[in-house]
Write a protein that binds this ligand. Sequence first.
Ligand code: 13P
Length: 253
Amino acid sequence: MRKNIVAGNWKMNKTLREGIELAKEVDQLLKDAVINCDVVLGVPFIHLASVVQAVDSKKIGIAAQNCADKESGAYTGEVSAAMIKSTGAGYVILGHSERRAYYGETPEMLKIKTELVLKHGLKPVFCIGEVLEEREKGIHFDVVKAQMAASLFDLSAEEFSTVTLAYEPVWAIGTGKTATPEQAQEMHAFVRRTIADRYGKELAETISILYGGSANPQNAKELFSNPDVDGGLIGGASLKAADFKAVIDGFNK
Ligand code: 13P
C-alpha cells in the first residue's frame, strides 16, 4: 500500500571521488540482491550528476539535501530545484534539523522550498522532529504537528501524496541514542493520524514515514518492524556501503 524506503543522508561527507566510489559500492551490493524497499542516496549538490550516472536508476534514487527557496536569479551560492532536477536526481531532503538549527531555515522558507521542489517534479523527503527539551516538556507531538502544518498542510492532496516524511528526533541524530521502537511507532502513528485529519485516512495510509536518528544495522530490523515505520533516513551508517546494505536488509524477513 505504501513504499518502504531506506534513504542515506551523507550530509557534508565524501569528496566527489569518494562519493562516486561509495555510490558504486552500494550499487554493486544491490545488484543481485533481493531487497524489500526503495533505496535513495542523499548526496552533496556537487555529487548529484555523477552519482546519478554511477548507479542503476531502477534500483537507486538520488536525493539532494536541500534546495534554494527561490526559483532562479541573483542568489549567489544557491542551487535551485530546476538545477537539481536537471542532474537526474529525483528527491530533495528538506527541513533537516541541521538546516533548521544552523542555517536558520524557517517553516515559511520550507513551505516555499517544498512548493518549488514539487513544481519541478521532484519528491520531497520532509524532516520533522523535536529537540530533547521539547520531549522532556512533553510537547513533542505539538512540535511535530506544528512543523507539518506550517510547511505542508497548504498543499493539495495530490501534491501531498508525493511527500515522504522523515521523523528525526533531534536528540537521536548522531548521538548513538536511538528512539526506542515504541517511541518511534508512537510518533509515526501520531504523524499518520495528523495527516489523516488533514487529508483523510485513505491518503494518510499511502504516505511513507521514515525514522531517522542513529539507525544502524543493529537496530534497523526492530525499528522497521513497527507498522507505521516505513523505513529510515540514515546518516552515519550510510557512509559505509556494507552498513547501509545491512540497514536495507532490516526489511528482509
Ligand atoms: P545519524 O543516522 O547519523 O544519527 O543521522 C540521522 C540523520 O540526521 C539523517 O538525516
